[in-house]
Structure formats: structure tokens, C-alpha cells
Design a protein around this ligand. Sequence first.
Ligand code: ZN
Length: 226
Amino acid sequence: MVFETLERRIILEGEIEAITPLHIGSGKPEFEEGVDLPILKDPSGSPYIPGSSIKGKVRTEVERIARSSGMFVCNAPTIESMCGSRSTSEEQLCIACRIFGTASMKGGISRASKVKFRDALIITQTTLMQRAGIAMDREVGSVKAGALYTIEGVPAGAKFNLEIVAENLTDEEFKILKSALKSVEDSALGGHSSRGFGKIKFNIKAVKVRTANYYMGKEVEQIIEW
Ligand SMILES: [Zn+2]
């Protein structure tokens, strides 16, 4: 059995800055007046980036970096091929499953993510932009090939708040998480990167380390370099 203890919680605070326009779609066909491919908005109509979208992208980069350094990495998110389904102990999980969790088929082990990504809410006053495109050989969302369509986006310069909370990561796990965040900046977040969308920057402003003793008032939090 696994005893849950809090050894070290690392809280990254900062911003996600759109360097190019950003298109985070809802992932399902939608219709909005005047735009074919709308971005995701909260009930008040403000754009946001779901924590799950950031997590998915960061996990993908961790997997790519780990594979290129010769580590075994399973094929998430297909449950049958994830570590949880073929493992009987923690030690058998790949680094991506150790950090971001794994689901499992019957008889395997499931682990929750050690890293939580909060939804990133927009903090700048922003007028959304649209970019036109012509659907090529395949359908783009609900748009037919050959048709003109419009992609909605958050313009370059927009900023979102960022909070990532990581618990009990080993030094190796923290190091690869940090590398993955850098790699996401050179890759893309969200859709339509081939049309120039999705370049972002993580502006990390504070890295706080808190232990169980901090919560019990016995020590202060540590601020570490990013
Ligand atoms: Zn795995």
C-alpha cells in the first residue's frame, strides 16, 4: 500500500503570454454567429485555456524529451497501452506516468497526476481577432473542403494567469518538467499552428516550495530560482 505524504509542494506562478495569436478550441464542432471555428470561452464570454490543455501539451513534450534521451515511455492516452495497465508497482511506471498519472485496465495500478495545472484565465483587455482560411483537402471542424472559413483567436500580446502545482517530484522529474515547459514555447499550444497560431511564452514569476512544516507554521516557504 502507498502512504500519501506531503514532502514538497512546488508552486509555479506567472503568466502565459501569446506571442502569436492563440486558438484554443473546444474540441467539438460549434457554431457561433460570424465565425466558423470559435475559441473556448467561459460563461462570461472571456477566453481561457483549460488546465487540461496545458497539461496535455506539457505531457506530450515530457514524453518526447524522455524518448529522445533513451527512456521508455508508454503510449498515453490509450489506457490499454499505458503503464498502469502493465505495471504492478510504482517503479515500473515511465517518467510521464510518474509525473502526470496513469489510468489502468483491471488488475493494474492507477495513479493521480503529481502536477496540477489550473485553468489559465485571461488577464488582459483583449479584442478577439479572426483569420480567414480556405479548407484544404480535408474538413476543418465542420467546414467543407474548398470553403472559406474563419478561425477565431486571442491576439498576440494577450496574457493569461498561470499556476502549476507539483507535489513530491524527484529532482529528475522536476528537471524534465522544466525542460518540457521550455519545449512547449518552441512548439505550439492549441490549434492551427500551421497558420501561425500557438506560440506562447511561460513567464514564470515565482517558484515557491512548501513542505508539511510550512503548513504547520514551523518554517517559511522557500523561493527558488527558475
Ligand atoms: Zn507510462
